[in-house]
Write a protein of this length. Structure first.
Length: 286
């Protein structure tokens, strides 16, 4: 087994998306400060025709009546940007009038560097971003930030026109705000995973978290149609790459995780092990 195989992330709803190689960034790009990265971000291009975001992501229209949904699908035309390079600089947009970006079929990693520590947040289809608000303005020790692309794809721009439409419909306001809340809850869950004692438990539980978000249920188990490098898995759960590699070897040997094409297959045995470990280490209080 190759210790650090780069995968080709594929979302079940977008299995036609093209893969991308996870190539190293140039040294000068890695050395950029957050302020210098902001100055070099590209402006949104309008070469691609806009899309009806509520058709691309119909869950956002949940709560609208049939007639309101039909009208909103026609009115809610969002500009597109393409995320195509292994390293991504998000565009500069007006934070006062732009709600953000919604990923449609891209899979990206938001990497936060504090000193020598690195943490990656994995973001995929349906996730909402406001990257122009980086870095944190209230931190006395501001982080360095960069973005890695694990699968190229598209993002919809919720510009001023789309933001006004959201504000006019309470159902849309709740749905779009819910995407930000979903991301915060996912971060809290992954933070809890990083506090598990063993790296094997960290990796096992993270894989099930990815399965619940991106997986497809099959008779053999739950399939995740992409793989991440062991380095990236370590950055997500707070572990060193060699430890992640050893954990993956053990999971493979026990049949808990099976390599399946460009992805992983998680068996029911894996989930049972996660549940037993959680109950053993953290018994429920009465």
């Amino acid at each position: 087994m190759e210790a650090d195989q780069a995968g080709e992330p594929v979302h079940p709803r977008n299995s036609h998306a093209a893969p991308v190689a996870d190539t190293p960034a140039p040294a000068d790009a890695q050395a950029q400060t957050p302020s210098s990265r902001r100055r070099t971000r590209p402006i949104v291009t309008r070469s691609d025709p806009p899309v009806s975001l509520l058709v691309e992501d119909p869950d956002l229209a949940h709560g609208l009546s049939t007639e309101d949904r039909r009208l909103a699908e026609r009115a809610f035309q969002a500009p597109l940007i393409r995320i195509e390079t292994a390293r991504w600089n998000p565009p500069e947009l007006d934070p006062r009038t732009t709600f953000g970006l919604i990923l449609l079929d891209a899979l990206v990693g938001r990497r936060v560097l504090v000193g020598r520590a690195v943490a990656t947040e994995l973001l995929g289809p349906g996730d909402a971003l406001r990257p122009w608000e980086e870095p944190l303005g209230f931190s006395f020790i501001p982080p360095e930030l960069n973005w890695r692309v694990f699968r190229p794809g598209r993002a919809a721009v919720i510009d001023e026109h789309a933001t006004r439409l959201i504000g006019a419909r309470p159902q849309l306001l709740v749905a779009f705000s819910g995407r930000l809340l979903r991301r915060a809850r996912s971060l809290a869950y992954v933070n809890a995973i990083s506090h598990l004692y063993s790296v094997e438990d960290k990796v096992r539980t993270l894989l099930w978290h990815l399965a619940s978000t991106y997986g497809q249920v099959t008779p053999q188990g739950v399939k995740i149609s992409f793989r991440l490098t062991h380095e990236v898995l370590g950055e997500i759960v707070g572990a060193k790459r060699p430890s992640v590699t050893l954990a993956m070897i053990r999971l493979h040997e026990r049949g808990e995780v099976v390599r399946d094409g460009v992805g992983w297959l998680l068996t029911a045995q894996t989930r049972a092990t996660v549940t037993e470990t959680s109950q053993e280490e953290y018994p429920a209080t009465q």
